[in-house]
Design a protein around this ligand. Structure first.
Ligand code: FMN
Length: 182
C-alpha cells in the first residue's frame, strides 16, 4: 500500500514545510510494509485549472506537463494524508485547485487530514470533507489540529508531545480503512 502525504501549502516561507517534515518522519518511524511518500504541491508548479473539459472526463490525459506529473503522483497512491493550512476560514486556494485539476485519480480512495491554523485548521478540514465527498473519497474521522499558538514558538514549528500520537492515529485509521476497501 502506498500512502501519499500531500503537503498543500505553496507559500514562500510556509509553516507547512516543517509540518510536512514532521508528518513524514512519523511515517518513516512506523515500520511495516506501507510505503509513505511526501508529495509537496509546491514542487509541481501546478497552473490554475482553466481547461474547457472537465478533469473527470479527461481520462488522466492532461494538457500541461505540470498537470501530468501531478496526476501521476496522485494516481500512484492508494490513500492520502492531506496537510492543509486554513486560509480565510476555509481551504487554501492552491490546494483546492490541485484537487480540481484531477478527476479519476482521487475517486474512491481514503483520506485523512492534518490541519493547522489559529484554531487547529478545523475550518479548513470541515470543508475538505465536503469537497472530497464529490470524489466518493472515504475520509477518516481522526484528524490532527496543529495550533499556531501552541505548536509553534519563536524559533518555529515545535509540536507538543501528543501530536506524534495524533498523527499516528490518523495513519492507523487511513491504513485500516484502505486495507478494508482494497
Ligand atoms: C491568505 C491567508 C489567510 C489566512 N486565514 C486564516 C484563517 O482564516 N484562519 C486561521 O486560523 N489562519 C489563517 N491564516 C494564518 C495561517 O494559518 C498561517 O499563516 C499559516 O502559517 C499558514 O500556513 P502556511 O504558512 O503553510 O501557508 C491565513 C494565512 C493566509 C496566508
Amino acid at each position: 500500500m502506498k500512502i501519499g502525504i500531500i503537503n498543500g501549502s505553496i507559500r514562500d516561507g510556509r509553516a507547512g514545510a516543517g509540518v510536512g517534515e514532521f508528518v513524514k518522519e512519523i511515517a518513516d518511524a512506523r515500520g511495516g510494509d506501507v510505503n509513505y511518500e511526501l508529495i509537496d504541491l509546491k514542487s509541481f508548479n501546478l497552473p490554475l485549472f482553466t481547461g474547457d473539459t472537465l478533469p473527470m472526463m479527461m481520462n488522466k490525459q492532461y494538457d500541461t506537463p505540470e498537470a501530468t506529473a501531478w496526476s501521476q503522483a496522485i494516481d500512484a497512491c492508494d490513500a492520502y494524508v492531506v496537510i492543509t493550512p486554513e486560509y480565510n476560514h476555509s481551504v487554501p486556494g492552491a490546494l483546492k485547485n490541485a484537487f480540481d485539476s484531477l478527476g479519476a485519480e482521487w475517486v474512491g480512495k481514503v483520506v485523512g487530514f492534518v490541519g493547522y491554523g489559529a484554531v487547529g485548521g478545523v475550518r479548513a478540514i470541515e470543508p475538505w470533507r465536503t469537497i472530497v465527498a464529490n470524489f466518493s473519497m472515504h475520509d477518516v474521522r481522526a484528524e490532527v489540529n496543529l495550533n499556531l499558538f501552541v505548536d509553534w514558538n519563536d524559533e518555529g514549528f515545535a509540536p507538543t508531545d501528543r501530536r506524534a500520537d495524533e498523527v499516528n492515529a490518523v495513519f492507523d485509521a487511513v491504513e485500516e480503512l484502505a486495507a478494508k476497501l482494497a
